[in-house]
Design a protein around this ligand. Structure first.
Ligand code: NAG
Ligand code: NAG
Ligand code: NAG
Length: 421
């Protein structure tokens, strides 16, 4: 505990010095430019370095390599973001069931649902079980880094979003699109981590969307965050405001993107030593227990993770940790009055989620703690089950990449989907 306090103090001083230096050097005026550079995507180099091929293949390529037919769709949100939504066609002739929408988490993409490979990727398993699988990418990640008017490399306002906008704009656009194409009245929803937060936002800010959801299955849900156990986000949350101001003024409104150096380094390190370095990173941030995700899956998955988000997304989570509430982005007193007409950012009212919900959690998940999930589940009016995976080491990513996910989690998902469809 002493150590944590010391690290905290040091981090604070570091950030304050940086912010002061930065703001000072700009004469008190925040820079409006973005740092924009691109590491060239070199498959030849990655091949030569002996990367697992699946590390650098994209969604479409992975699908066809493993024998699945995929489609690529483009969905435009009401506020102009251009999203890529993939589809994995069902392996069955008849398609009598409602489509399934899979929503990825923070720093992630559509690929999270298939990087574990043919036997362990839930995207593939659902297609084998006759489901029509739709996999969106939220605004800002590598597949959805486009806008009808804004340029992500030049316009700071492209990055003015958090999960609030994912839920308020991206998801409704995807749901409506899928309903229009498939001619089915409803979709099933599966979300992981921030993909569950997005769901809570949609179904509370736009409660009419509950009528378009047949069933939702939420893996490692994130809403209330007062009890998260992960030390790094907890520490950073103390300086949410400074951190965001610093990042934005330094030109980093886009964070940890696929074309940035951090991705390149992490991807490389995980190839040479997935078990040591990448496992440790995951352990330090999510509570991950060594050996519960296959080394190859980790190496491949880290080639697809860190695909870009906004500084505001991180700041919004920081606000939730500090405020101990589940609320819309706090824009400050004036900003709140302008945006919401209230001095405080309004809370998301999860009592409005009338569609049926299944929650799946793990005991050792440092980002989605059982206490916080209990706060959430006690308020959900139509909760079918709050399922705790009976494996004490279960953590945040075991749901999607874990070697035991096909044993503990996927049968449950398929069973519920069959029952409701
Ligand atoms: C995936 O990779 C293929 C081959 O390089 C490319 O033609 C395609 O445009 C890529 N798709 C996306 C969505 O990036
Ligand atoms: C970001 O968007 C929100 C919501 O539309 C708005 O209230 C806010 O003023 C914007 N902030 C900036 C810096 O543009
Ligand atoms: C939340 O929604 C429920 C159900 O509609 C309603 O009864 C309650 O008053 C709402 N709470 C707030 C704070 O608006």
């Amino acid at each position: 505990m002493e150590q944590v306090k010391q690290v905290n103090a040091l981090l604070r001083i570091f950030l304050i010095v940086l912010s002061v230096y930065d703001v000072g050097s700009l004469g008190g005026i925040r820079s409006k430019s973005l740092i924009s550079y691109s590491i060239p995507e070199s498959r030849q180099l990655k091949k030569a370095l002996g990367y697992h091929e699946d590390t650098y293949l994209n969604f479409t390529e992975l699908g066809s390599k493993h024998g699945y037919r995929t489609e690529q769709h483009t969905v435009v949100t009401k506020d102009g973001y251009i999203l890529t939504v993939f589809r994995i066609l069902s392996k069955c002739r008849t398609n009598a069931r409602y489509p399934v929408l899979l929503m990825h988490g923070l720093f992630d993409t559509s690929d999270v649902w298939i990087v574990a490979g043919k036997q362990a990727g839930i995207g593939y398993i659902l297609a084998e079980n006759c489901f029509d699988v739709w996999v969106p990418n939220h605004r800002g990640n590598r597949y959805s880094r486009r806008h009808v008017r804004l340029n992500p490399n030049k316009d700071v306002s492209f990055w003015n979003y958090s999960f609030d906008e994912h839920g308020n704009y991206d998801l409704p656009a995807a749901v409506d699109y899928i309903i229009a194409i498939t001619q089915r009245p409803k979709v099933n929803y599966i979300g992981h981590s921030q993909g569950t937060t997005d769901f809570f936002v949609m179904t509370t800010l736009r409660p009419e969307y509950n009528y378009k959801i047949q069933l939702s299955i939420l893996l490692a849900p994130v809403a209330w965050m007062s009890n998260i156990m992960s030390p790094i986000p907890k520490l950073l949350s103390y300086m949410t405001e400074q951190l965001k101001i610093f990042l934005d003024s330094a030109g980093y409104s886009e964070l940890l993107a696929q074309h940035q150096l951090t991705h390149f380094i992490v991807e490389y390190i995980c190839q040479i030593s997935a078990d040591a370095v990448c496992s440790s990173t995951l352990a330090a941030t999510t509570g991950y227990k060594f050996g519960t995700i296959p080394g190859k899956t980790l190496a491949v998955a880290f080639g697809h993770l860190l695909s870009g988000t906004s500084s505001k997304s991180i700041a919004h989570f920081g606000q939730l940790i500090q405020s101990r509430k589940f609320h819309r982005y706090n824009e400050g007193l004036r900003g709140n009055l302008l945006r919401y007409g209230t001095t405080e950012a309004p809370e998301y009212n999860v009592s409005l989620i009338t569609s049926p919900v299944v929650i799946i959690t793990g005991r050792n998940d440092w980002l989605s703690s059982l206490k916080d999930v209990a706060t959430l589940s006690s308020r959900l009016p139509n909760l079918l089950e709050n399922f705790l995976v009976p494996e004490p080491s279960w953590s945040h990513h075991n749901h999607v990449w874990g070697k035991d996910a096909p044993g503990y989690v996927f049968p449950k998902i398929v069973e519920y989907l069959r029952w409701f469809n």
